[in-house]
Design a binder for this molecule. Structure first.
Ligand code: ADP
Length: 997
C-alpha cells in the first residue's frame, strides 16, 4: 500500500518535470528552425555572443533555449560529414530528439536522467556541457572506462569543435603536461579514477602550482552514474607508497597455525556432514530430522558454509527449512547457552553474509595450548590504575612498565586481527573467484565485471593475509599519502549530474548522499520488450543445460542471443558447454574495453551468440542486424540474478532499444549464491515442495517476487556498508578540506615568507599563551624557561629570560616573531631570493605532508581500533569522531612545530647553513634592546662570540667527522655529522650536542 503511494508520488514528480519542460522544448525547436536560416559563421558566432552575455550577468537558465538550439542546429549541419573516432571514420547522422532535449535540461538542473540504453545519452550530454562551458569554467564528463572517454570525446568533439569549444580527454598513464592541457579545455572527458587521482595529486602531492593539472570542480556529468557512485564507491581511491618504519607483520608467523586450524575444521565439518547425510537420507518423507542432525547442519553453516556436502544437503527444501527453523530457535535469547556450547564445538566461526570470522575457545586452545589468555586483549586502563597506585615504583620504573603493557596490548591486538584476516582469507576468499594469483602477486577480481583491478589492494591487512595464504611474497603495507572516496570526490562539484539506464532502484541513495533527484525520461519510441518470468532450477547444472538448449534453439532460428553471466568463471563454463554443443559464440568479460565494444556492437547480428559478464561492453549499444527484427529482436538470457536489481535491469535494457523488438529472461538455481544466502526459503521451498520434481524447472510470478525481495535485502545491506564508509570518511573529509586548503595556500602564496611566518607566529603565540597565564599579567618563570629552550632549539637564537619577564605577551609575540623574520631576511646575503622562496614553501609543504600522511595512518589504525571497542558497547562512530578530532588537533600542533623547526634547518649548501648559524648567534647576542619591527637592523651587528653555553653546542662549525647527538622527540642518536646532517636537514631531527669535534 505504502509502496504504491510512493510510486504514484514518484510518478507525479516525473510528470511535473516533463510538464515544465514542454514549453522549453517548444521554444528550442522554434529557435532551431530560425537558426536554419543563418550562415555557418553566423551560427558559430553565437558561442562568443553567449559567453559575452553570460559574462554580463545573463544566467545560464536564461540562455538555455538558445544555446540548446544552437547545438541542435549545429548537429543538423554536420549531418553527412565524417568524424574520426578512435582512428575510424564515422558518419555523423544525429540531430537531437525532443526527449534528448529534455534529458539535457534535466542534466543542466543537476538531476540524474534515467534514459534507457540506446536513447543516445552521449549526444544528450553535449547540450548541458556546451551551455555550462559558456562560463569559461572546465566542464567534465565521466565515463566508465578510458576507451569510452576517448571515443566519446572524439565523437562529440566533432560537434564541440565546430561550435568553437575545445575538448580534451584524460587517459591512464598520460603525462602531466597532457593532463593539464586536457583540463585546460572547455570540456574534458575521463574516468572517475583518473579525475579522483588527479585531484589527490594536485592537492596532496604537487610541489608547485605548475604541477597542478585540474582547474575547476564546477560542472560534472557522470555517465552510468549508478555504476560509478554505487558499484565502485566501496573501494576508495588511495595513493600510497611503501612505509618507512618496518614492523614485522604477523602473517608469516601465524599462517601455519591458522592453516592447521582451518584443516581441523574442514575435517570436523566433513565428518559431521557425512553423519548428517547418513541420517537424513534414511529419513522417511514424513519424519523430521533429529535435533542432533540439525545441530550438525548448524555447525556447518557457521563453520564451513561452503562445504560441498552441506551445500548438497541444502538443496533439499525440507532440510533447508528445518535448518532455518533451528537457526531461529537457537538465535533466541533463551537458547543462548546452548548456542554458545554448540559454537564451542567449532574452532572458529565464519559468517558469509557479514564477511566476518572469529576464534572460539577451542580454536584458541588449539593455537596456544595452555595459554588461555594468549588471544585476549589485556585490560590496559586497569593496568594503568594498578601501576599508578603502586607506590613502591619509581617514576622511571612505572613508565617502563606502562610501555611494556602497551607493547603487549599492541602485540595481542595485532595477532587477533591477523588471525581474523587469515581465517577470512582461507574460508571466504577463493582463488580465481575473488582473486587471482598472477606473476607472484595476488590481484583482486572485480566481482561484477570479472576484471582484474590492477593496483588495488584490500585494506586492513586482508590482502597480506591472502598473500600469506598463497605463499607469495607479502607486499609491504603501503602508507597512504592521499585518499578520498569516490563519493566525497564527486560531492566537491558545484554542479553534479548523471545519466544511466537504471537509477530508480537507488533513487533514495542518490538523494540522501548527493542530493540528486532521478527523473525518468520517456523513450523516443515506446519500449516493446517482453520480460518473461524467471525460471528456477534445483541445481546449477540443470540451469546451464536448459540455457544451452535455449541458446542453441535461438541460434538455429537465427535470433541473436546475449547471454549474461555473473562471473568470469560462469562465462567460461557456459562457453565450454556451447562449444560442445557446437554453437559458435563469443565470450566477453570486460578485460579489453576496445575490442569488446566492437564485439558487443555486433551482438545483434543474425545468429550471433555473445556471452558477457554483467558489465562487459557497457556503454556500447547493440544494433539489430538485417531480418533480426522479424525474428523477435535480441534475446537477453541471463543465467543468474545479480545481487542488485539495478544490474539486472541494465542487462535487460540491452535489448529493445529505440522501439526494437526484444525479449529477456532470467534463469536461477537454488545453488546460486544469492539464493543460498538471502532468499526467503520459506516461499520458495513451499512452492518447491508442491511442484518440484528432479530436473523439472519452476516458473511462477511469486518466485520473481521472492527473488526481488532477496535482492532488496542485499541492496539494503550494501547500501548501509557504503553509508558507513561514508560516515567515517566524512570525518576525514572535513579534515582533508582544511589541510588541502592550507596546502594550496602554501603552494600558491605569492609571498611564501609571509605564509610561513604566519604559521610560526601562531605557534609562538600558542606557546607564549602558556607563559603568560594572564595575558595582561606577569610571566610564569618556569614556563618562560621552557620557552627559551624551545626557541633556541627551533631557531638557534636565544631570548633572554629577563626579557620575557619584563615584557607582556603581545610585545613578546612581536619580538620573537620579528627575530625569526629578520634572520630569514638576512639569508638573502647567501641565497637567491628564488631559492629562499622555494625553501620557505617547502618547509610548509613538508610539514603538512609528513603530518597529514602520519595522520592518515593514525586514522586507519583508529578505525580498526574502534572496531574492537564495540565490545564496550559504545558507538564506534562516535568514538572515532572524538578521537579523530583530538588527533587532528595534535596534527595541527605538530605541523606548526615542524614548520618552526624546519625553517632554519634547510639551506642549499653547508656554507649557507653555517653562515645562517653564525648570524643566528649574532642576533642572539644582540637581544637586549632589540625592538620589534627593526629586525633588519640587527643584521649589521657584528657576530660576537657567543656568551651563553647552549650556543656553542647548538651552532658549532661542525666537521664532517664530528660526532653529534641528535634528537627527535624522545629519541636520540649519536652519529657522525656526515650521516646526521641529512636527518637534521630533512627529517626533523635537531642537534642536541656535539660530542666530539
Ligand atoms: P546510450 O549511451 O544511451 O545507450 P548511445 O549514446 O551509445 O546510447 O547512442 C546509441 C545510438 O543511438 C548511437 O549509435 C547513436 O548514433 C544513435 N543516436 C543517438 N541519438 C540519435 C539521434 N538523435 N538521431 C539518430 N541517432 C541517434
Amino acid at each position: 500500500m505504502f509502496l504504491s503511494i510512493l510510486k504514484l508520488f514518484a510518478g507525479s514528480h516525473h510528470r511535473r518535470f516533463l510538464r515544465k519542460c514542454a514549453p522549453i522544448v517548444k521554444r528550442i525547436n522554434a529557435l532551431e528552425t530560425e537558426y536554419q536560416k543563418l550562415s555557418d559563421d553566423q551560427l558559430r558566432a553565437k558561442t562568443a555572443e553567449f559567453k559575452a552575455r553570460h559574462a554580463k550577468g545573463e544566467s545560464l537558465d536564461a540562455l538555455l533555449p538558445e544555446a540548446f538550439a544552437v547545438v541542435k542546429n549545429a548537429a543538423r549541419r554536420l549531418c553527412g560529414t565524417k568524424a574520426v573516432v578512435c582512428d575510424h571514420e564515422l558518419a555523423w547522422e544525429m540531430v537531437h530528439f525532443d526527449v534528448q532535449l529534455i534529458g539535457g535540461i534535466a542534466l543542466h538542473q543537476n538531476k540524474i536522467a534515467e534514459m534507457a540504453t540506446g536513447e543516445g545519452k552521449t549526444l544528450v550530454a553535449t547540450l548541458p556541457l556546451y551551455l555550462n562551458a559558456l562560463t569559461g569554467k572546465n566542464c567534465q564528463l565521466v565515463t566508465v572506462n578510458d576507451y569510452l572517454a576517448r571515443r566519446d570525446s572524439e565523437w562529440m568533439g566533432h560537434l564541440y569543435r565546430w561550435l568553437g569549444l575545445s575538448v580534451g580527454c584524460i587517459q591512464n598513464q598520460m603525462p602531466s603536461e597532457d593532463r593539464k592541457a586536457a583540463y585546460g579545455c572547455d570540456i574534458t572527458y575521463g574516468t572517475a579514477s583518473e579525475f579522483g587521482f588527479d585531484y589527490l595529486r594536485d592537492n596532496g602531492m604537487a610541489l608547485s602550482p605548475e604541477e597542478q593539472v585540474q582547474r575547476d570542480h564546477y560542472f560534472c556529468i557522470v555517465d552510468e552514474i549508478d555504476s560509478i557512485l554505487v558499484d565502485e564507491a566501496r573501494t576508495p581511491l588511495i595513493i600510497s607508497g611503501p612505509v618507512a618504519e618496518e614492523r614485522e607483520p604477523a602473517f608469516p608467523r601465524l599462517r601455519q597455525p591458522v592453516a592447521g586450524l582451518v584443516e581441523l575444521q574442514i575435517r570436523l565439518v566433513t565428518r559431521l556432514m557425512n553423519e548428517a547425510r547418513e541420517e537424513l537420507e534414511k529419513l522417511g518423507e514424513d519424519k523430521e530430522p533429529s535435533a542432533d542432525a540439525l545441530d550438525k547442519l548448524w555447525l556447518a553453516a557457521h563453520g564451513m558454509p561452503r562445504n560441498r556436502i552441506f551445500l548438497r544437503l541444502m538443496e533439499n527444501g525440507r532440510w533447508r527449512k528445518a535448518l532455518e527453523r533451528h537457526e531461529g530457535v537457537l538465535a533466541s535469547e533463551i537458547e543462548k547457552d546452548r548456542r554458545f556450547h554448540l559454537k564451542e564445538r567449532l574452532y572458529f566461526s565464519v559468517s558469509e553474509r557479514q564477511h566476518e570470522s572469529d576464534l572460539t575457545q577451542l580454536g584458541r586452545d588449539t593455537l596456544r595450548p595452555g595459554e588461555p589468555d594468549a588471544f585476549v586483549l589485556p585490560d590496559l586502563p586497569t593496568r594503568y590504575v594498578e601501576l599508578d597506585r603502586d607506590e613502591t615504583l619509581t617514576p622511571e620504573r612505572r613508565a617502563e612498565l606502562r610501555a611494556e603493557a602497551e607493547a603487549a596490548y599492541a602485540q595481542v591486538s595485532e595477532d587477533i586481527h591477523a588471525i581474523g584476516q587469515l581465517l577470512k582469507a582461507y574460508t571466504l576468499y577463493e582463488k580465481d573467484k575473488q582473486y587471482v594469483v598472477h606473476e607472484g602477486k595476488v590481484k583482486i577480481v572485480d566481482e561484477n565485471t570479472g576484471r582484474i583491478m590492477e593496483g588495488r589492494r584490500w585494506s586492513d591487512g586482508l590482502h597480506q593475509a591472502v598473500e600469506a595464504k598463497e605463499g607469495v611474497a607479502l607486499e609491504k603495507e603501503n602508507k597512504t599519502y592521499a585518499t578520498v572516496t569516490i563519493q566525497n570526490y564527486f560531492r566537491m562539484y558545484e554542479k553534479l549530474a548523471g545519466m544511466t539506464g537504471t537509477a530508480e532502484t537507488e533513487a533514495s541513495e542518490f538523494h540522501d548522499i548527493y542530493r540528486l533527484t532521478v527523473v525518468a525520461i520517456p523513450t523516443h519510441r515506446p519500449c516493446v520488450r517482453v520480460d518473461d518470468n524467471d525460471i528456477v532450477f534445483k541445481t546449477r547444472k540443470e540451469k546451464y543445460q536448459f540455457a544451452i538448449k535455449e541458446i542453441a534453439e535461438a541460434h538455429r532460428r537465427g535470433q541473436p542471443v546475449l547471454v549474461g553471466t555473473a562471473s568470469v568463471e560462469a562465462s567460461e563454463t557456459l562457453g565450454r558447454m556451447l562449444a560442445m554443443a557446437k554453437v559458435p559464440h563469443k565470450i566477453l568479460n570486460a578485460k579489453h574495453h576496445e575490442s569488446e565494444a566492437d564485439i558487443v556492437s555486433l551482438a545483434g547480428q543474425r545468429g550471433a551468440v555473445t556471452i558477457a559478464t554483467n558489465m562487459a561492453g557497457r556503454g556500447t549499444d547493440i544494433k539489430l542486424g538485417e531480418g533480426v527484427r522479424d525474428l523477435g529482436g535480441l534475446y537477453v538470457l541471463a543465467t543468474e540474478r545479480h545481487e542488485s536489481r539495478r544490474v539486472d535491469r541494465q542487462l535487460r535494457g540491452r535489448c529493445s532499444r529505440q522501439g526494437d523488438p526484444g525479449r529477456s529472461r532470467f534463469l536461477v538455481s537454488l545453488e546460486d549464491d544469492l539464493m543460498r544466502l538471502f532468499s526467503n526459503a520459506g516461499i520458495i521451498s513451499s512452492l518447491l515442495e508442491k511442484s518440484f520434481k528432479e530436473g523439472e524447472p519452476l516458473e511462477h510470478p511469486l518466485l520473481n517476487r521472492s527473488i526481488g525481495t532477496a535482492q532488496k535485502r542485499v541492496e539494503g545491506q550494501n547500501y548501509s556498508m557504503r553509508k558507513r564508509l561514508l560516515q567515517y570518511d566524512d570525518v576525514l573529509n572535513q579534515q582533508r578540506q582544511i589541510i588541502y586548503g592550507l596546502r594550496n595556500r602554501a603552494l600558491k602564496a605569492a609571498d611564501s615568507r609571509a605564509t610561513v611566518l604566519a604559521v610560526i607566529e601562531e605557534e609562538i603565540e600558542e606557546r607564549l599563551a602558556a607563559v603568560y597565564p594572564d595575558p595582561a599579567g606577569e610571566a610564569d618563570r618556569r614556563a618562560a624557561e621552557a620557552f627559551v629552550y624551545w626557541y633556541i632549539t627551533a631557531f638557534h637564537m636565544r631570548i633572554d629570560l629577563e626579557d620575557i619577564l619584563a615584557r607582556t605577551k603581545d610585545q613578546m609575540v612581536l619580538l620573537a616573531t620579528d627575530r625569526v623574520r629578520a634572520l630569514q631576511a638576512g639569508r638573502e646575503q647567501h641565497e637567491s631570493a628564488e631559492i629562499l622562496q622555494y625553501l620557505e614553501r617547502n618547509v610548509l609543504l613538508r610539514a603538512i605532508d609528513r603530518n597529514w600522511q602520519n595522520h592518515l595512518t593514525e586514522m586507519e589504525d583508529l578505525r580498526r581500533g574502534v572496531g574492537l571497542r564495540t565490545y564496550a558497547q559504545k558507538d564506534p562512530l562516535n568514538e572515532y569522531k572524538a578521537e579523530a578530532f583530538k588527533a587532528f588537533e595534535r596534527l595541527m600542533q605538530q605541523l606548526r612545530t615542524d614548520a618552526c623547526a624546519g625553517l632554519f634547518r634547510t639551506a642549499t649548501s653547508m656554507e649557507a647553513l653555517e653562515a645562517l648559524m653564525r648570524r643566528a648567534q649574532g642576533q642572539a647576542t644582540a637581544t637586549g634592546p632589540a625592538e620589534p619591527g627593526t629586525g633588519a637592523a640587527t643584521e649589521s651587528k657584528p657576530a660576537q662570540a657567543p656568551k651563553a653555553e647552549p650556543f656553542r653546542r647548538l651552532t658549532p662549525k661542525i666537521g664532517r667527522n664530528a660526532v653529534v647527538r641528535i634528537r627527535k622527540g624522545p629519541e636520540t642518536q649519536d652519529l657522525k655529522w656526515k650521516k646526521a646532517e641529512a636527518l637534521v636537514r630533512d627529517e626533523g631531527w635537531e642537534v642536541a650536542e656535539v660530542l666530539s669535534e
